[in-house]
Ligand binder design. Structure first.
Ligand SMILES: *Cc1c(COP(=O)(O)O)cnc(C)c1O
Length: 239
């Protein structure tokens, strides 16, 4: 089986499993978007899936993401592609990210929000964003602590070129949906509270990966980020 066939089968199978999870949740399929996480995989794989109809792709590393966008810019299969940035953004790299993605999932500090705002102002673009919450309060993980979320949300709202649309998390446990599920429920509760507090809709919850997307859908995910189940194991990151 060649790579294109393999990708087709894997993608089809993920779509079927996602459709069952959505059906089990009683939600409408249009509420959930599959983001194919293509980090460390070839740009050619993105073109293959885009030609099959996959629209949303997630990337984690600024340099790699920008190189792939450039590679695929004129590829006829990729004209509908929506790029998501789902990795940690260092403030000094914000200039490459602001205004360049359909959605940045990982705003986690006022410093980063302000750096993105500065870039978006310069290029006169609005940037849809999510705030990443460190839902397990893990020391080494990115994301704002839950207690600091309302203050950060206010700081994001103070940036006229940033469009706050919801929250994202990467729970401490993954590949075990039953253990991850309470964290998804927590993110949803945080979103509901914040939405009430700010008196504005925050429609998006970015949560769920290959091993736990069904549980994330049950808890209200609107964006599931799936890498391994679509592309297979990732090659190691070149340093
Ligand atoms: C890599 C990554 C994913 C995809 O994880 P899989 O387990 O391969 O599906 C999702 N979200 C983030 C933030 C990631 O870094």
């Amino acid at each position: 089986m060649n790579r294109q066939q393999e990708l087709h089968e894997r993608w089809q199978s993920v779509k079927e499993r996602l459709a069952s999870a959505v059906a089990a949740s009683g939600r409408h399929p249009s509420e959930i978007t599959l983001v194919a996480v293509s980090k460390l995989h070839e740009a050619a794989d993105i073109a293959t899936l885009a030609a099959l109809g996959q629209v949303d792709f997630g990337e984690n590393y600024v340099q790699e993401a920008c190189a792939k966008q450039q590679d695929l810019l004129l590829n006829p299969a990729c004209q509908q592609v929506r790029w998501h940035f789902i990795g940690h953004v260092q403030s000094r790299k914000a200039a490459q990210v602001g205004g360049a993605f359909a959605l940045v999932h990982t705003v986690d500090s006022a410093k980063l929000a302000q750096a993105l705002e500065k870039q978006c102002l310069a290029v006169n673009k609005r940037q849809p964003v999510l705030i990443q919450v460190n839902i397990g309060a893990e020391e080494q993980k990115s994301g704002v602590m839950a207690a600091a979320l309302p203050a950060l949300a206010e700081q994001v709202l103070a940036c006229p070129h940033l469009d706050l649309q919801g929250l994202m998390c990467l729970p401490p446990v993954f590949d075990n949906g039953a253990l991850a599920r309470p964290y998804f429920a927590q993110l949803r509760a945080l979103r509901d509270d914040l939405s009430t507090r700010l008196a504005m809709p925050l429609p998006h919850l970015s949560m769920g990966m290959s091993g736990d997307f069904a549980e994330a859908v049950l808890e209200g995910a609107t964006l599931v980020r799936i890498g391994t189940d679509i592309f297979g194991a990732r090659p190691p990151k070149k340093l």
